[in-house]
Design a protein. Sequence first.
Length: 109
Amino acid sequence: MPEVASDDAVFKALADRTRRSLLDRLFERDGASLGELEAELSMSRFGVMKHLRILEDANLVITRRSGRKKLHYLNPVPIRLIHDRWIDKYTERRVSMLVDLKTKLESRE
């Protein structure tokens, strides 16, 4: 089981457009090789490997060997943890207030 990444590592990984693009590609087609990911980007193999390493360090990408190929898979768990910790808690109060307001307005009718 992969280690839990720090919020900082996940935010750092998500801060870059190329890394977000790699995650989008893995969301669309999970289990891609380095060559497949490289073919879709206009950068060197080394550049793609560097971005994948940062995504792996943040546990956003998990790799598995399949013969001679190293396949890359999206791990959405760290993104969900960020959502629960940093987004959900800030929206819950507002949503609760809107539900309370709706209930009060409907009770006046």
